[in-house]
Design a binder for this molecule. Structure first.
Ligand code: ARG
Length: 586
């Protein structure tokens, strides 16, 4: 019998990887003369009744090995043993290999995760840089629901990538250049109310923008004047430049307030204007390498052969486009940061835009092969009619959304904790309200259409932010009670025993945390982590209801409190990666 006992499993390795490596070796040893193309990968079991993990790779080998797959699986299993890690291997059905891990191994993994500051999250990003372009609202235009989602999803990806050891450059690519400025300048000149501008600058700028925009739609001469103002700005007219700078300043003050409430920060905020001087050079480059050509006065890159339409990089009036700026931005980021990946988070409506300029950057050699370009798009959130009292048209104001979340959370807190001091309740309502909004967004697959409802977002017994925050606080309170009753004992002096089935299931779940964080990041789906945290909280909650904690006998009691502590640590770490705070008292 061959066995490949690991020297020692480094604490930050992902169990799935380790088991897969080992199984691949078992496959190769069992059939040494055949090229098995790396067969032997292991995944978490789809049905925990059959085992903890499973390997399905015997089946596709039937043809190569000219053997029934069940036989293949049996031979591998009879050839494989990993004492101390694997308790049993079983062949099932047509040739599945079910893997049950050793209890001591599982509890060892759970303990390592509890002891490690980084919860054993693998550092697969060490030495690599990623640029994440998210939020990116437009100056003097309202931040719409798409920007909210981009901010929340982008910030979660930012945290996840940092946790994996990547050097993250979070860049807020604000829209501070472009045709809207002619419209705003005209709006400002004719309609601005200086008192209101003082009071709430963003709202007032927005108001004059909307008014001027509407007028431009009806009145051709107004539109011409807007264009003329834009040309003046682009040619460096001092007065228009000063206005433009002021608009940016005022808008950014407003954006920053929102970011502060959401607990989001960026490494750099480079607006589109940052790249303006590079645009002419980019178009020249595209012409030189034969990608761009003149067509009806404009300069275009024709991608219709690839079903990507035509991308205009310079309009007939000489102005450059959104795509041109994005191409220049890639060029600048590649030169400055040599990123392994650039990730963009926007709503689904921009898919074609990203396909086009990614394609152009590749063909022009602006994005080298070592830089992946990834557009993470999400569907727009649907809001049932009347959800937000402050809806204007179909623009949902982020500020009022957050205000409403806090007010509603406060009402819930006052209901369940009538004696909580006002200040504390208010502080708590921020964590719960904002956590609820973020979780409602992040717990969904970004690409699916979701309907936001307050009841679901704030529910205390469903898959919601408050539910998870509550689960965390409850664990903290059990641990505090333990400390009060047993001030002299230290649970970590006792072994972690997995006597109960649920206890074992929780420890196994804990052991899967590092792989889950990696998967959520690399698939750009924070919902993978949200689902995991919800499952963990649920498993903990049934365990808590079923077995005694403080009343259990010594040893069992300490082991359970220890498990509590690790669950609390993972919940808190996981929620913090989603940008959600975990107050200890709710
Ligand atoms: N400002 C754009 C908008 O509001 C989003 C920018 C996204 N990032 C980018 N590099 N194109 O639609």
């Amino acid at each position: 019998m061959n066995s490949y006992v690991p020297e020692s499993l480094p604490p930050c390795s992902v169990i799935e990887d380790f088991l897969s490596d080992w199984f691949r070796k078992c496959f190769a040893k069992t059939f040494p003369d055949v090229d098995l193309a790396g067969a032997g990968s292991v995944a978490v079991a789809t049905n925990p009744d059959f085992g903890d993990f499973q390997c399905n790779d015997a089946m596709p080998l039937a043809k190569t090995l000219k053997m029934p797959p069940r036989k293949i699986a049996e031979q591998i299993v009879s050839n494989a043993s990993l004492p101390g890690v694997i308790e049993s291997l079983e062949v099932a059905g047509p040739g599945f290999i079910n893997i049950k891990l050793d209890d001591t191994f599982i509890s060892g993994r759970a303990v390592s995760i509890g002891n490690d500051e980084q919860s054993c999250i693998p550092q697969c990003g060490a030495g690599k840089t990623v640029v994440i372009d998210y939020s990116s609202p437009n100056v003097a235009k309202p931040m719409h629901i798409g920007h909210i989602r981009s901010t929340v999803i982008g910030a979660a990806l930012d945290n996840l990538y940092r946790a994996l050891g990547f050097n993250v450059v979070a860049d807020n690519h604000i829209g501070d250049w472009g045709t809207q400025f002619g419209i705003i300048i005209m709006g400002y000149r004719h309609f601005i109310d200086h008192e209101k501008l003082e009071e709430s600058p963003a709202a007032e700028l927005e108001r004059v923008y909307v008014k001027s925009y509407a007028k431009a739609g009806e009145d051709e001469s107004w539109m011409d004047k807007c264009r003329a103002e834009l040309v003046k700005l682009q040619n460096g007219d001092a007065e228009n430049l000063a206005l433009w700078k002021e608009f940016i300043r005022l808008s950014r003050i407003e954006f920053d307030k929102t970011y502060e409430r959401l607990g989001v920060s960026f490494d750099i905020t480079r607006g589109e204007s940052y790249y303006q001087d590079a645009l002419a050079g980019i178009v020249e480059r595209l012409k030189d390498n034969g990608l761009a050509r003149k067509s009806e006065g404009a300069i275009i890159v024709d991608l219709s052969d690839e079903d990507q339409g035509v991308c205009i990089v310079q309009k007939s009036d000489g102005a450059f486009n959104y795509a041109t700026t994005d191409i220049a931005t890639v060029d600048s980021r590649v030169t400055e940061f040599s990123p392994a990946r650039i990730i963009y988070v926007t709503d689904e409506r921009q898919q074609l835009h990203f396909k086009q300029f990614f394609n152009i950057c590749r063909k022009a050699g602006i994005a080298p092969e070592t830089t992946e370009l990834e557009h993470v798009w999400f569907g727009l959130m649907r809001l049932p009619e009347g959800t937000f009292s402050t809806r204007q048209g179909n623009v949902i104001k982020l500020e009022s959304l957050l205000d409403e979340a806090e007010v509603r959370a406060l009402a819930i807190i006052k209901d369940s904790r009538p004696n909580m001091p006002e200040e504390e309740a208010k502080e708590l309502s921020k964590h719960i309200g904002i956590g609820a909004i973020k979780y409602a967004d992040l717990s969904q697959d970004p690409r699916t259409l979701i309907t936001f409802t307050w009841d679901k977002a704030l529910s205390l017994d469903g898959n919601s932010g408050p539910y998870l925050q509550y689960a965390y606080a409850r664990i903290c309170s059990v641990m505090a009670k333990y400390k009060e009753q047993f001030p002299e004992t230290e649970p970590s002096d006792y072994p972690l025993i997995l006597g109960d089935e649920l206890e074992r299931a929780i420890a196994l779940k804990l052991a899967l945390f590092p792989g889950t964080v990696r998967k959520a990041a690399l698939t750009y789906r924070p919902c993978v982590l949200a689902d995991y945290l919800f499952d963990l909280a649920q498993a903990y909650s049934s365990f808590y209801q079923r077995v005694p904690f403080l009343k259990a006998e010594e040893g069992i009691r300490e082991s359970r409190i220890r498990l509590c502590g690790i669950v609390a640590g993972v919940l808190s770490k996981g929620l913090s990666l989603l940008g959600i705070n975990t107050p200890e008292r709710i």
